[in-house]
Write a protein that binds this ligand. Sequence first.
Ligand SMILES: NC(=O)C1=CN([C@@H]2O[C@H](COP(=O)(O)OP(=O)(O)OC[C@H]3O[C@@H](n4cnc5c(N)ncnc54)[C@H](O)[C@@H]3O)[C@@H](O)[C@H]2O)C=CC1
Length: 512
Amino acid sequence: MLRSVAALLRQPAAATRCASSGSTSVTVPLNFWGGERRTSNGNREKHNVYEPATGRVLCHLEPCGGVDVDQAVKSAKSAFARWSKTSGMERARVMIEAARIIESKREEIAQMEVVNNGKSITEARLDVDSARLCIEYYAGMASTLAGQHVQLPGGSFAYTRREPLGVCVGIGAWNYPFQIAAWKSAPALACGNSMVFKPSPVTPVTAVLLAEIYAQAGAPRGLFNVVQGGQETGSLLCHHQDVAKVSFTGSVPTGKKIMEMASKGVKPVTLELGGKSPLLIFQDSDLENALRGALMANFLSQGQVCSNGTRVFVQKDILPEFLEEVVKRTRSIEIGDPLLESTRMGALVNRPHLDKVLSCVDQAKKEGATVLCGGEPFVPSDPKLRGGYYMTPCVLGECTDEMTCVKEEIFGPVMSVLSFETEEEVLHRANDTTMGLAAGVFTRDVRRAHRVAERLKAGFCFINNYNITPVEVPFGGFKMSGIGRENGQVTIEYYSQLKTVFVEMGQVDSLF
Ligand SMILES: NC(=O)C1=CN([C@@H]2O[C@H](COP(=O)(O)OP(=O)(O)OC[C@H]3O[C@@H](n4cnc5c(N)ncnc54)[C@H](O)[C@@H]3O)[C@@H](O)[C@H]2O)C=CC1
């Protein structure tokens, strides 16, 4: 996700020319444990992984079974024994080196992300930057982990120690494959844990690059491992007796299952789930910024972003002006080959997902919403892209709170616009959802901005911006959008445990 688009666009285009879509095949093993790439043990059924831009098969994925998962966890366990004994400064040194390698491979990683995910190269570079920044940030924190000293009567005292948990499991979604692997591993490793990471089977190719980078940076063998597979592999990891914690990014139904599985071993979980976030645009807003914010809230990564502000509430008096301009700008978004510098919207992640998003638009029409633009399959003129999963970004007008498009996460480039009259009314409607990941408010009234932010029931609220995610600040949801946080100082608490040590300086005062 984003730190600063402006900063990226100011940078000169990468020195290396982008590979072209349709020219990459992946044949190398995509698992990684014990310090090297591995093929899965056993003969399990392989499935196809696609290049969204072209619809070509990119590779065949063989899921990991019990033997593989055991080996990866064993490898992580042995790395934990060494890594947890290193000082924060030593851990920081390895992590800073990993960040440096990521920077040097920025273009290569970003291109692989595009080939496997379908997002534009411009966004993929920002994702790689976010991964690097996250590792740098937690490298900085590794040596600051400290406890508390508490004085007690009679000269006795207690102190607390922040200790690692052990082998942590990361399970990722397909929308930010490399970045999610970094957002989970950086705080975990900084605290002295090791990790086994399972990417989504839809986007398996870049997590293993991160594993190689950590190894190259001097991490002990087995510190960060990758196992490939879907639900079955994920379930083996969650149930594994040597796993101390599970951190998951994905859908709400799977999040519930993860929690249930982890509960069997009383393991803590971090859950980064979906959203149906509101964006409130008051009539006193700087309209230009509000328009930019609405586009950023809906169309990054083809709309496949958990924090998207897909319910755009616009105050009645400025609605016509807002709609005219937002539709004009949405129509002008350049869709096409995600590896081209000029492309702003690439392909959705796969065919079933594209079909699902298009069917959500049809359902919205049936329920009375007006399609103001987009919502159609898009076929690029370049013949090699004809099998890709493209659609035109869509703005839905005349939406009401009961419509499915307003209630359920679509996870595609579909903005639903709603009209409101008063602050009280819009707050009530904005909060009327089971989700609570993000929220945004555009207004020039500073008192209103903070009043509204206080009352919005969401894990993070943007005032006069949307969808920027600096790694220094916590990210995570209220309600069914999740448990725990990623990024920021607080995440240290989710990857460590507190031990209290009591020290008696006098005699034991026995009652017996
Ligand atoms: N909040 C977010 O950031 C994301 C939300 N989603 C939502 O989820 C929907 C489905 O996307 P999916 O990638 O299929 O999400 P998902 O929740 O099914 O899968 C996410 C990850 O969990 C793993 N997984 C699935 N079932 C599991 C199980 N029983 N035990 C352990 N691991 C399991 C998957 O292999 C994948 O790595 C999307 O259409 C979207 O609405 C998807 C991606 C990210």
